[in-house]
Design a protein around this ligand. Structure first.
Ligand code: S3P
Length: 424
């Protein structure tokens, strides 16, 4: 489906962002490990999370919808050997976290995925899982992978990558391994797994970038999922770059290991106000007000990168409207996402009229540039590229056409309705 985007006069209104994708994946998977019933309120309906939901059903969970926003996962008969392949669709999080869960079970399973996921690197989880004694059959560390489940042994793993997917995989394997499993990473990545483990009673300790977990049974406790800051990011940037805009975004997760974009907006001189802070199932949540602002360029590098890794495409759009140079470094893992997000952002924003350079580990954006548009954008099967292009389209002089816009359904099927509801 192609999407035509026209220049907006302004953005105004109050919206609520749908549930966090990372936390929903975890809520589904961790519920499956409780042997009990868990009510999950406000879960993500993106295709990625639905892939996870389907897999836990194939592993013996039963689901019951209470209403549109609430679901009960009954894990009384889980986990058990699936009689079909487990399809992770487009979702790296499903694959890598499930690999950690499945490696320590007393049955075999096989994970598959779509064309894009089947090209993404799985060595980052297969290697440490193998160190724990896992038996995983693969071809060049890519999907499909066959997992011969067995009891695992704890390890102390020093990860070369700062990755919440790798960390969560190892911690999930550690729940079911003899001894204490420890994971250390160079910079701290999102800690939703640690917070939810704590919330569900696992024996877990965190000290800076080092986390340890002992063999534990997760308890069935009800979970509420806050709104997704990675989805909110598109609206935050829209308000900051479309003249005369002002919005209030309600119920956004602002966990500091995810909220790097808030710091970036502040250092770019964006008008942002965080109000009504509270805890939702152990996750910091707030409402966020934003106003159109005169932005300035900045440098984004080092330990903040994992805290905004998924927001870099939309931050690049924002940087085209900032006075001066914005430099993004240390983000080489962006090349391993749903698309190579460094080269795709450079290519597609250049088409729109941005002045942007690609480096091996990031981007350099020179602003402020008037985006002229009047072209077609390829989202390269990547939901975040599609939505970033849409927001850029709101300030382009001429209409743009985004091809295969249906890819947004991976994380944010409500995007089009929500953005249209506040665009004038
Ligand atoms: C995720 C972690 C990040 C992120 C992805 C979701 C998670 O990946 O890019 O969209 O839910 O753990 P990495 O941890 O591999 O960087």
């Amino acid at each position: 489906m192609n999407k035509l985007v026209k220049k907006a006069k302004y953005i105004k209104g109050e919206i609520e962002i749908p549930a966090d994708k990372s936390i929903t994946h975890r809520a589904f998977m961790f519920s499956a490990l409780t042997k009990g019933k868990v009510k999950i309120s406000n879960f993500s309906k993106g295709k990625d999370c639905l892939s996870t939901l389907k897999i836990i059903e194939q592993l013996g969970c039963e689901k019951k919808y209470i209403n549109e926003k609430e679901i009960i996962i009954d894990a009384a008969n889980a986990l058990k050997e699936p009689n079909t392949l487990l399809d992770c669709g487009n979702s790296g999080t499903t694959t890598r976290l499930m690999a950690g869960i499945l490696s320590g079970q007393n049955f075999n399973s096989k994970l598959i995925g779509d064309i894009s996921l089947s090209k993404r690197p799985m060595k980052r989880v297969i290697e440490p899982l193998s160190m724990m004694g896992a038996e995983i059959i693969h071809n060049d560390f890519k999907l499909p992978i066959e997992i011969k489940g067995k009891k695992l042994n704890a390890i102390e793993y020093n990860s070369p990558l700062s990755s919440a997917q790798v960390k969560s995989c190892i911690l999930l394997a550690g729940l079911n391994a003899n001894g204490v499993t420890t994971f250390t990473e160079p910079y701290k990545s999102r800690n939703h797994t640690e917070l939810m483990f704590e919330y569900m009673g696992a024996d877990i300790k965190t000290q800076g970038n080092r986390v340890s977990v002992k063999e534990s049974q997760l308890m069935p406790v009800d979970i509420s999922v806050c709104g997704d800051i990675s989805s909110a990011a598109f609206f935050m940037v829209a308000a900051l770059i479309v003249p005369n805009s002002e919005i209030l975004i309600k119920n956004v997760g602002i966990n500091e290991t995810r909220a790097g974009i808030i710091d970036v907006i502040k250092s770019m001189n964006g008008e942002i106000e965080i109000i009504n802070e509270r805890l939702v199932s152990n996750e910091k949540t707030a409402d966020i007000k934003l106003r159109y602002s005169k932005l300035k360029g900045c440098t984004i590098q080092g330990e903040i990168i994992p805290k905004l890794i998924d927001e870099i495409p939309i931050i690049a759009v924002m940087a085209t409207q900032a006075e001066g140079k914005t430099v993004i470094k240390d983000a080489q893992d962006l090349r391993n996402k749903e698309a190579d997000r460094i080269s795709t952002v450079k290519k597609e924003l250049t088409k729109l009229g941005a002045h942007i350079e690609e480096t091996p580990d990031g981007l350099i954006i020179y602003g402020k540039t008037e985006l002229k548009g009047g072209c077609e954008i390829e989202c390269c099967h990547d939901h975040r590229i599609a939505m970033s292009a849409y927001i850029a389209g709101l300030i382009c002089k001429e209409d743009i056409l985004i091809k295969e816009f249906e890819w947004v359904d991976i994380s944010f099927p409500e995007f089009s309705n929500l953005i249209t509801s506040i665009t004038y």
